[in-house]
Ligand binder design. Structure first.
Ligand code: DAH
Length: 356
């Protein structure tokens, strides 16, 4: 076949270049690339005519076409960078806050004040209750070592109870395993170690704070949630002290109609262990859907500090005894305000938050 029109590579190149340069946005550029370099482009058509040329011609023109395509591709890449930069600065400009803008208050609609989040309100109220009962408020780090989150709490590496805590690990192994704390119980260990080092036993402390678990959020679970830990270490502390403390804070926080009960349970760091329920805050014990007609809602765990935990902290279990408890603050807020779905607490919808 010798009757194919000779290729005008210069014209081909200037058309492709014009098409690419005409794009004024990255979206347009993507279309222009398809038009200038895609399967149906003139350039692709030119490639298809190569077969009609004799071998040396085919090589020469093929190389030129290849080089032309490379030039167009790098032009497109350069244009894309330019357009992206333009689009980014346009987006930033559109987003800019004018801090000098004067907002004239409309005196007919009073300025709405911000207020603390319902979880913070609950945390503050719980702290007040415990401080009034003689507890100190303590805090601990959110990123914990394996020792504090598990091992010193009587959960050695192969302990099956570790499976209860779907953990977010930050570092594995060397030099140390670091985990986002799955509960506030590690603060117990820090409090005991510090009291031993400073010679300041006994301990009466609560430790509120954020905890993290690889949980899917649902109506009663959040992957980032809040707990309060309680720890009492003194001489001759009994299970009766524990039960009395839980009942006292329950009525102080939820009101005199709400009581507590303990059910036997298991935690590695307490012996004996219990879970505790409070009177259902919806039906006040009569039985309803929320409490599955039991009249009770589960709130937290507790127990007498296990001797193994005392020993990990250098405390003699023959001389000292103590109790610990832990429960969710978000859950308290949910029960106190009868919030059907806990996820509302993290959605930051002002129509929801303004109710508290
Ligand atoms: N740390 C436990 C959890 O998050 C709750 C708990 C149970 C805390 C018993 C305690 C305790 O202090 O004694 O599942």
């Amino acid at each position: 076949m010798t009757n194919a029109r000779p290729l005008d590579l210069d014209a081909l190149e200037s058309t492709a270049e014009r098409v690419l340069r005409a794009a004024t946005s990255t979206a347009e550029l993507a279309e222009a690339e398809t038009a200038a370099l895609g399967k149906r482009s003139e350039l692709a058509g030119a490639h298809r005519t190569l077969g009609a040329l004799d071998e040396s011609e085919r090589r020469r023109v093929g190389r030129e076409l290849h080089e032309l395509r490379e030039r167009m591709e790098s032009l497109a890449a350069a244009l894309r960078l330019e357009l992206q930069a333009k689009e980014r600065s346009a987006a930033l400009e559109a987003d800019r806050l004018d801090l000098s803008e004067v907002v004239v208050a409309d005196l007919r609609s009073p300025i709405v004040r911000g207020r603390t989040h319902p979880v913070t309100q609950s945390r503050d109220a719980l702290e007040d209750v415990f401080v009034a009962m003689g507890f100190k408020v303590a805090e601990g780090p959110e990123a914990e070592t394996d020792w504090y989150n598990f091992e010193a709490l009587n959960m050695p590496p192969s302990h099956p109870a570790r499976g209860m805590y779907d953990s977010f690990f930050l570092e594995l192994g060397e030099p140390e395993t670091i985990v986002l704390r799955t509960h506030t119980s590690p603060v117990q260990i820090r409090l005991m170690e510090a009291a031993v080092a400073a010679g300041t036993l006994p301990i009466h402390a609560v430790a509120p704070g954020r905890c993290f678990r690889r949980d899917t959020a649902d109506a009663s679970h959040l992957p980032v949630f809040h707990q309060v830990e309680g720890l009492v270490v003194d001489r001759k502390i009994t299970f009766g002290d524990l039960a009395g403390t839980i009942e006292a804070f329950t009525t102080a926080y939820f009101g005199p109609e709400v009581h507590s009960r303990l059910r036997p349970s298991y935690f590695p760091f307490t012996e004996p262990s219990a879970e505790y329920d409070i009177t259902c805050t919806i039906c006040l014990g009569a039985g309803c859907r929320t409490c599955s007609n039991t009249g009770w809602l589960e709130l937290g765990g507790c127990g007498m500090v296990d001797p193994a935990v005392f020993m990990a902290c250098g405390i003699d279990p023959a001389e000292w005894s103590g109790f610990a408890f832990g429960f969710g603050i978000d859950r308290c807020a949910q029960m106190r305000h009868q919030i059907p779905d806990m996820r509302a607490l993290v959605e930051n919808d002002l129509r929801f938050l303004a109710q508290f």
